[in-house]
Design a binder for this molecule. Structure first.
Ligand code: HEC
Length: 153
């Protein structure tokens, strides 16, 4: 009896390994719980994100303290819609993909985000709440003229 159980376990393990063709670093299966937008807004203020950011459609946040040309608007119309995953990455791994609103003074050729690292002080709950607060503020900008065939999108 014990031997049969053992054999079944081995077969299951081999089956799992053999059938697993996802790359080991795949994010498939990575799902975060629902966040809370109001708590996200509070975290946005307490983590001093407002030093450099304004948020489309949100009044009453502290004013940014960096010079106006360095202020980055979050939310509003963008060419490429920012998904939940994009924004999560933008917060915890900012240099991975720079915003289309990277201020001009910074170079895309040296792809390092001027945004400070927050991972040491950010809790998982705050991260989820921040993105729940920010994501619905984005909308996709429709091109004024269709650009079929030009390769421009
Ligand atoms: C010192 C200034 C500064 C601070 C403080 C800062 N950011 Fe940023 N942030 C930037 C800059 C500059 C960019 C544009 C470059 C990039 O994409 O990383 C950016 C980009 C972003 C983006 C990507 C926006 C998009 O539309 O692609 C998100 C989301 C974001 N920041 C969230 C936050 C949050 C949340 C905090 C607080 C925990 C924060 N930032 C604090 C400067 C800052």
């Amino acid at each position: 009896m014990q031997r049969t159980v053992f054999a079944v376990l081995i077969l299951a393990a081999v089956g799992l390994l053999g059938g697993c063709d996802r790359p080991p670093k795949s994010v498939k299966g990575f799902v975060l719980p629902e966040g809370d937008a109001a708590r996200g807004q509070a975290a946005f203020v307490s983590l001093q994100c407002t030093t450099c950011h304004r948020v489309e459609g949100v009044a009453g946040l502290p004013n940014p303290t960096v010079p106006p040309e360095l202020v980055v608007l979050l939310g509003g119309e963008v060419h490429r819609l920012r998904t939940y995953g994009d924004l999560m990455t933008a917060v915890i791994h900012p240099s991975y993909e720079l915003s289309e609103r990277l201020p001009r003074v910074f170079s895309r050729r040296v792809p390092v985000s001027p945004m400070p690292e927050v991972n040491e002080k950010l809790t998982v709950a705050q991260m989820v709440d921040l993105v729940t607060f920010l994501q619905p503020r984005y909308s996709k900008l429709e091109p004024l003229y269709p650009t079929y065939g030009t390769g421009i999108q």
